[in-house]
Design a protein around this ligand. Structure first.
Ligand SMILES: Cc1ncc(COP(=O)(O)O)c(C=O)c1O
Length: 349
């Protein structure tokens, strides 16, 4: 079987609540920084020193422990490539993926030549610690964990992450924190990681910072663990505009905090509406909510689309039959989504 990222068809118009993007757009300071990029900056290969420093400062780590990537997607690919490149030398080729999971783990691990080990979900998506630990052995090259998880929004307990990392000491463990800004928790700077150099934390600036179109992510880890990962990354994969944008985005904390507040309020509104409408959902620590519409899911997706609201069908993900995922962005967008959902589900107006 070949694993490929499922590219969703996105209508040209409509409210995009299907890719967990920042629905407000980036900070205005980012646009100003982009406009200030000089002809020389566009003409020269970019330098990453200042942006890496700024990123490390923002994330509470050191520049030597930070690698900027062209979106976290590139970070995932680099981790998979590096894990397999070195694991293969001693027969370690397994990539452990805890389902339901972000598609890129399977896509990248498969592209790197890994043997994929999928861990099936527990009821209500409780983290299947025992089965994850049992799946880890000498043949494990890489383990992917996501906290909070996509598509469920459910965090993985710190203790569970650490137990997996301890069991997989001989392998790379990517802790994908793409949505950690919204959960306001991180493993970065956790003293336990000093004894677990096999852990790499992945971050993206696509979500809370609104830089998805510019493509910027980061890998954080022990410098000696990052070294072989740097070796498989193209030297200039992050472009000069992303570099300029990053520094401006990191400086605009007011915007960042405002956006987190909007997402919190949106999730509260969505939770309340879904309860009122009798729709099952999972409380989320991320910027989206997974809701189970059962057999009605296709009609709800189509009904929302007809009203200009695009949500993501997740019904084919393991454990997610009948589920859709709705991005929680700024409050007016969420209110528009809720109004459309009410129309579709109640057949009103
Ligand atoms: C869990 C997870 N990891 C990584 C990414 C990729 O982030 P980026 O846009 O920085 O490539 C996403 C994007 O949706 C995601 O959901």
């Amino acid at each position: 079987m070949k694993y490929e990222y499922e590219r969703v068809e996105t209508p040209a118009a409509g409210l995009r609540l299907h890719l967990n993007e920042n629905t407000a757009g980036c900070s205005p300071r980012v646009l100003a920084a982009l406009q200030a990029v000089t002809r020389e900056q566009a003409a020269f290969y970019p330098d990453y020193e200042d942006a890496t420093e700024a990123c490390a400062r923002r994330l509470g780590t050191a520049a030597a422990e930070t690698v900027l990537t062209n979106g976290l997607d590139e970070g995932i690919l680099a981790v998979a490539m590096s894990a397999l490149r070195h694991g293969r030398e001693h027969g370690a080729v397994d990539a452990v993926i805890v389902e339901p999971a972000f598609d890129m783990y399977a896509t990248c691990a498969d592209a790197a030549g890994a043997h994929l080990v999928h861990i099936a979900p527990e009821p209500d998506f409780a983290f299947p610690l025992g089965r994850v630990l049992d799946a880890i052995g000498p043949s494990t090259a890489v383990v992917f964990l996501t906290t909070p998880n996509n598509p469920t929004g459910i965090p993985v307990a710190r203790d569970h992450v650490l137990r997996v990392a301890e069991r997989a000491r001989h392998a790379l463990v990517l802790v994908d924190e793409a949505y950690a800004d919204f959960a306001r928790t991180t493993l970065i700077g956790d003293p336990a990681l000093r004894g677990l150099p096999n852990v790499i934390v992945g971050r993206t600036f696509a979500k809370a910072y609104g830089l998805a179109g510019l493509r910027l992510g980061a890998l954080i880890g022990n410098p000696s663990t990052l070294e072989p990962i740097r070796a498989v990354l193209p030297p200039y994969s992050v472009n000069a505009y992303a570099v300029a944008a990053a520094q401006a985005a990191f400086d605009d904390l007011d915007y960042f905090n405002w956006y987190l507040g909007q997402v919190d309020e949106s999730k509260a509104l969505l939770d309340e509406a879904l309860k009122r409408l009798g729709v099952r959902f999972w409380p989320s620590a991320a910027n989206f909510v997974l809701a189970c519409l059962g057999e009605k899911a296709p009609a709800v997706i189509a009904g929302l689309a007809a009203r200009g609201i695009i949500v993501r069908d997740r019904s084919r993900d393991p454990g997610c039959a009948g589920c859709i995922r709705i991005t929680a962005g700024i409050v007016p967008h969420t209110r528009a989504c809720i109004a459309a959902l009410e129309e579709v589900l109640c057949g009103a107006r």
